[in-house]
Design a protein around this ligand. Structure first.
Ligand code: IPE
Ligand code: IPE
Ligand code: MG
Length: 246
């Protein structure tokens, strides 16, 4: 008999966060260490995405947000950007079976303006295909920036105020949160960053307010179940105070 996700996790000593966000970093360094071109690291990174997505879904995570391409990543060489977009397009088609088999619903966070019509079409088609799935939500942050997201939310709010639909006095934290790219997703409980950098690189600036941060020196292509479980075990030992005295 298939066990409930919570039971499976508990038996491994893991505490499964409701919402997880991952800065998948170190593809280039992994490739360099192995003597390959950077793109090999990105290719290998796709397998790591599959492993983490399916494991999170099976363990009962409600929302997983993956940082796939930042607004600042548009400043990379054109050749690397186009290869990254090709890999993303391949992922959006090849992983459909995995998403369906695991009842995963895909959503996007980020700006659409600079994505090509082909990328957008594949993204939208996969989002539509998985729209009725009732398991984990997989949010791909593509052409995403945390500051840009806040700017976009404030612009929306400003137009609504100018049109007389919202009163200035009604601006509060909820009013901003409701206008972010994916307002229904719970804020991350756990933020994972691979490849050792101790920074957030413009990721989910509003939402990580009280996220627990876990950084591993392991580069993203080598990140597997073992590292994910280690993060969840460590998360389970954190004392979350949210500013209060316990
Ligand atoms: C993460 O790996 C993937 C993206 C940012 C798209 P990097 O490409 O940043 O790898 P490093 O940081 O150069 O090793
Ligand atoms: C963050 O990694 C962006 C993604 C993982 C998509 P970067 O490699 O772009 O971040 P920095 O430049 O090291 O801060
Ligand atoms: Mg990097």
């Amino acid at each position: 008999m298939k066990r409930a996700p919570e039971q499976a996790a508990a038996s491994k000593g893991l505490v499964v966060p409701r919402s997880v966000a991952v800065i998948m970093d170190g593809n280039g360094r992994w490739a360099k260490q192995a003597g390959f071109a950077r793109i090999k690291g990105h290719e290998k990174g796709i397998s790591a995405v599959r492993t983490t997505v399916t494991e999170c879904a099976q363990l009962g995570v409600s929302a997983l947000t993956l940082y796939a391409f930042s607004e600042e990543n548009w400043h990379r060489p054109k050749s690397e950007i186009s290869l990254l977009m090709k890999l993303l397009e391949r992922f959006l088609t090849q992983e459909r079976a995995t998403l369906m088999a695991n009842q995963i619903r895909l959503v996007h966070a980020g700006r659409r303006a600079r994505l090509s019509p082909k990328t957008l079409a594949l993204l939208d088609a996969t989002i539509a295909l998985t729209a009725a799935n009732h398991g984990m939500v997989l949010c791909l942050a593509i052409s995403y920036g945390g500051r840009q997201e806040i700017v976009d939310a404030v612009k929306t709010l400003a137009s609504e105020i100018a049109a007389g639909h919202v009163a200035r006095e009604a601006i509060d934290e909820a009013a901003i949160s409701e206008r972010l790219y994916q307002p229904t997703l719970p804020d991350p409980d756990l933020l994972i960053r691979t490849a050792g950098e101790m920074r957030v690189s413009n990721f989910l600036l509003w939402q990580i307010q009280y996220a627990e941060i876990w950084v591993t020196p392991v580069c993203w292509p080598d990140f597997g179940k073992r590292e994910l479980h280690a993060a969840f075990v460590d998360y389970g030992q954190r004392i979350r105070k949210f500013g209060k005295v316990l």
